[in-house]
Design a protein around this ligand. Structure first.
Ligand code: PEP
Ligand code: MN
Length: 342
């Protein structure tokens, strides 16, 4: 059920509706919007009688929701969500660039990369301290030591930190040191992890599973939001298909589909989405052209020496060039009127 409040509803009216929802044994999620607040109800198994709400002060209408998701939906919040990450935002008019190495390897590599990322004007730094590796013998990441380096990067360069957590302990550690908790493709349907991430007070970057459908991605986001954390950013990072020429197939059509169904922002990851250095910049441009709210890009001072994902890492020079290109393109895409005016 979705309860839409009138535009002149008062805070007390919203609180009263939430009390009635709780008295029925359910949970109410108030989503303030530009013109009105809507309240999503979760926890009910069957239909709820709208009569419980219709006559309460400030209520415009109580609507049955027939879609499998509620809180991510544009029905609940017609305008796009702008998610605050540290001292910056994702989902607003600015293109968010998150860049850094796949894995944090050592101080020299981390700080050299952070310097380039800061120079590029990007506001977010990425780098895995806990790495999900296919082989148990591959480099697994620096763990807490890596997170401490990330905290230093934030202090030194003013960059907001995005890094992956693979389990509940990792979520606590990442939430302590970083500004945004990344949940990786392999964990997109780790439901206990999603619920746990729903209880923290840091935004979550949720990457699409290796072969997840749009509905599965949206329902994974719904898991986080149903626990009360509404700060979720989605990420298209390529899916597995029969194509052999790229590591994954970047599914760009998911971007407009996501914007149609949900108010949540979505970014694209052309590094994992292609797996090849030479494809990263063209696919970054493509992502921006179809309306992505941002990009996540792997950069390494010396890709051939990278301990993880070297084949898809950009050199600092290539990365700086990419940022110039996507910034120019974003200006065109974001303001079509400017193109018409020539
Ligand atoms: C990553 O961003 O480093 C990563 C492991 O991504 P994914 O979960 O998309 O494979
Ligand atoms: Mn990687």
């Amino acid at each position: 059920m979705l309860i839409v409040m009138r535009s002149d509803a008062r805070t007390e009216d919203v609180e009263k509706v939430i009390k009635v929802i709780e008295a029925l044994g359910f949970r109410g999620h108030a989503m303030p919007g530009e013109s009105r607040t809507a309240i999503g109800v979760t926890g009910n198994r069957g239909a709820i009688d709208p009569a419980h709400f219709e006559n309460l002060s400030g209520v415009a209408e109580a609507i049955r929701v027939t879609k499998p998701y509620k809180l991510i939906s544009r029905d609940l919040r017609p305008e796009k969500s702008i998610v605050k990450v540290g001292n910056a935002t994702i989902g607003g008019s600015e293109l968010a660039v998150i860049a850094g190495p796949c894995a944090l390897e050592n101080r020299d590599q981390v700080f050299a990369t952070a310097k380039v990322v800061a120079e590029s004007g990007a506001k977010f730094f990425r780098g895995g301290a806990f790495k999900p590796r296919t082989s148990p013998y591959a480099f697994q990441g620096l763990g807490i030591e890596g997170l401490q380096m990330l905290a230093e990067v934030r202090d030194q360069f003013g960059l907001n930190i995005v890094t992956e957590a693979m389990d509940e302990h990792g979520v606590d550690a990442v939430a302590k040191y970083a500004d945004c908790v990344q949940i990786g493709a392999r964990n997109m349907q780790n439901f206990s992890l999603l619920k746990y991430a729903g209880q923290i007070e840091k935004p979550v970057l949720l990457k699409r599973g290796l072969s997840a459908t749009l509905d599965e991605l949206l329902l994974a986001a719904e898991y986080i939001m149903a626990e009360g954390n509404y700060d979720v950013i989605l990420c298209e990072r390529g899916i597995r298909t029969f194509a052999q020429h790229a590591r994954n197939t970047m599914d760009l059509s998911i971007i407009p589909a996501v914007h149609r169904l949900t108010h949540l922002p979505i970014i694209v990851d052309p590094s994992h989405g292609t797996g090849h250095n030479y494809m990263v910049t063209p696919l970054a441009r493509a992502g921006v052209a179809v309306g992505a709210d941002g990009l996540i890009i792997e950069v390494h001072p010396c890709p051939e020496e990278a301990l993880c994902d070297g084949a898809q890492a950009l050199t600092p020079g290539q990365y700086l060039d990419l940022v110039q290109q996507v910034t120019a393109l974003h200006e065109l895409v974001a303001e079509p009127a400017a193109i018409a005016a020539g």
